[in-house]
Design a protein around this ligand. Structure first.
Ligand code: SAH
Ligand code: SF4
Length: 368
């Protein structure tokens, strides 16, 4: 269960709208006060109760003593030289830190948010995987990352347009909190980010993919139109097991069967992520194995050159190898893009800023 009562009071961002409504009503207030408070939290990104001038003073005072608007503190900010990526290390109430990234691309403003502190999956090339698993984030801790950048952007009269669950952690291993956060972020009376502008990235947790397919195929008012990205990185079990350990639990045949169920149920194309690693998964053989796997699936492939991490020897391939891999997919009619490694100079691969902080402070994360 999410810790709703923070040490200084009820953490309002842990509550959904009915939860907020019942809190306000239990205090003897009229129900429309909940709507007003909600508006302050999500439309105005309020940081304190004093600014909520349309609420009666007595209610503001009670909120002041019994509730909190938690906003995590920034431990470190890193901005890439190109001014197009900003990465913040945020500290949570219990002292844990998470990374969250803001990317500027043309008119898009994308927040890349975390769903867990660390990650239990342990992909070899991933800085978050290398640090082990600490805990799941609560729904409020996921939502406030989005609010954090919405506030940053509002200082320059800009709006956040996109959200990707591609920071630290595996969203489908923290399913309930991640999905509740997505619903909050996309609700018209919430943060109002278009559902089509939200991407959930998974390493391939099959039960989670099936649950997501059920949600998306549900009744019109509850259905979700978000994009699913599957981090594949290899198209044969032998290779994938080496770099993505969860492949032993969810091997490729079952993963692709789940992807087909998802595509049939939702009518949506799936994005496959592939971090290209020199001499490992950058061969034409792997490209051909991928083509085979995608033959009966509406898909898009995102290639990215590996962002090197400290605790792994793996290196990115030469650009010519990236091009050859992409061209092979393209020639077979597979939609493919090569993603830029944004903010490479600030270590904007997931988990890298926290890893640097641990090194500087001598903190060692326990591995699970
Ligand atoms: N756990 C989820 C979401 C977080 S990771 C998942 O694995 O999909 C987000 C993306 O960053 C994944 O595609 C992951 O494989 C990729 N990634 C992690 N470390 C990377 C690195 N060092 N270089 C390039 N991509 C990396
Ligand atoms: Fe976890 Fe994703 Fe990193 Fe793998 S790539 S360790 S699943 S965060």
């Amino acid at each position: 269960m999410a810790p709703v009562a923070a040490s200084q009071g009820i953490s309002l961002y842990e509550l959904d709208f009915p939860g907020l409504e019942s809190l306000i009503q239990s205090w003897g207030e009229r129900p429309y006060r909940a709507r007003q408070l909600w508006h302050w939290l999500y439309a105005h990104h309020a940081t304190g109760f004093n600014e909520m001038l349309n609420l009666p003073q007595a209610l503001r005072q009670r909120l002041q003593t019994e509730a909190v608007i938690s906003s995590p503190s920034i431990v470190e900010t890193a901005e890439a030289g190109d001014g197009e990526t900003r990465k913040d290390l945020l500290q949570l109430q219990d002292g844990e830190t998470i990374e969250t990234v803001l990317m500027y691309y043309e008119r898009r403003r994308t927040a890349c948010i975390s769903t867990q502190v660390g990650c239990p999956v342990g992909c070899t090339f991933c800085a978050t995987g290398q640090m082990g698993f600490r805990r799941n984030l609560t729904v409020g801790e996921i939502v406030v990352q989005v609010l954090h950048f919405a506030r940053v952007l509002s200082r320059t009269q800009e709006r956040l347009t996109n959200v990707v669950l591609m920071g630290m952690g595996e969203p489908l291993l923290n399913y309930d909190a991640s999905l509740a956060a997505v619903r909050r972020i996309t609700a018209p009376e919430g943060l109002n980010i278009g559902q089509r502008h939200v991407t959930i990235s998974t390493v391939g947790v099959i039960p989670g993919i099936d649950r997501l397919a059920d949600e998306q195929g549900a009744t019109p008012d509850t259905s979700l139109q978000v994009t699913l990205a599957v981090s594949l990185h290899a198209a044969t079990d032998e290779l994938r097991e080496q770099i993505v350990p969860i492949n032993r639990q969810y091997p490729l045949d079952s993963l692709f069967a789940a992807c087909r169920r998802y595509a049939e149920r939702t009518g949506r194309r799936i994005t496959f992520e592939w971090a290209l690693i020199h001499n490992l998964n950058d061969s034409i053989d792997q490209a051909e194995a991928l083509i085979e796997r995608l033959s009966d699936l509406p898909a898009h492939v995102n290639l990215i050159r590996l962002n090197p991490t400290e605790r792994c020897q793996a290196r990115p391939p030469e650009r010519s190898r990236v091009k050859a891999f992409a061209d092979t997919l393209d020639r077979h009619g597979i939609s493919v893009t090569v993603r830029l490694r944004r903010g490479i100079d600030i270590g904007a691969g997931c988990g890298q800023l926290r890893q640097r902080g641990e090194r500087q402070s001598g903190v060692q994360s326990p591995r699970t």
